[in-house]
Design a protein around this ligand. Structure first.
Ligand code: GDP
Ligand code: MG
Length: 177
């Protein structure tokens, strides 16, 4: 008799949120296509990229959503969050106002999703050390207080970009299996 092996499939939705110009789109393009754009413009329409990741020998697909610039109007829709199992909350280490906004983004995320969502606080633009306004300690402290993972990244020089996404994807996998 023939044995039928059914391959399990995993497709995880991950959203990227944070103030305008913190580098959300460049984090995604760096991760998915190894591309960086110095003069990136807000995209029209919601966009996502699908990325395959190997977790424990299983192929996991992450559908990573980028805001289409709606964050400028402080109105990212509930459809954007629907079904998300992971989130990257991004600020710019050289602009403390973007760090102050994280509380609001976290509120919005919590309103639209449940607490099992794997959440990573991301301090982007760590290449701009001389312009730093948010210390590593401040980032860590907020992450600890809110129960988030924490990492600093640079979409410009690629520091920790892959790691940031893959920690979230692995955490989702661990949460569901
Ligand atoms: P978004 O509005 O959050 O999607 O931000 P973008 O990805 O469009 O980036 C906004 C600006 O910041 C662009 O000029 C990017 O080139 C720049 N940028 C993004 N990531 C980095 C980074 O890691 N380092 C530096 N120095 N600039 C960055
Ligand atoms: Mg963008």
């Amino acid at each position: 008799e023939e044995e039928v092996v059914v391959e399990e499939e995993y497709l995880f939705k991950v959203v990227i949120i944070g103030d305008s110009a913190v580098g959300k789109s460049n984090l995604l393009s760096r991760y998915a296509r190894n591309e960086f754009n110095l003069h990136s413009k807000a995209t029209i329409g919601v966009e996502f990229q699908t990325q395959s990741v190997d977790v424990d020998g299983k192929e996991v697909k992450a559908q990573i959503w980028d805001t289409a610039g709606q964050e400028r109007f402080r109105a990212v829709t509930s459809a954007y969050y629907r079904g998300a199992l992971g989130a990257l909350l991004v600020y710019d280490i050289s602009r403390c106002s973007t760090f102050d906004s994280i509380a609001r983004w976290l509120d919005e995320l919590n309103t639209h999703s449940d607490t099992t969502v794997a959440r990573m606080l991301v301090g982007n633009k760590c290449d701009l050390e001389t312009l730093r306004e948010v210390s590593v300690e401040e980032g860590k402290a907020l992450a600890e207080a809110e129960g988030l993972f924490f990492i600093e990244t640079s979409a410009l020089d690629s520091t920790n970009v892959k790691t940031a996404f893959e920690i979230v994807i692995k955490e989702i996998y661990n949460n569901i299996s």
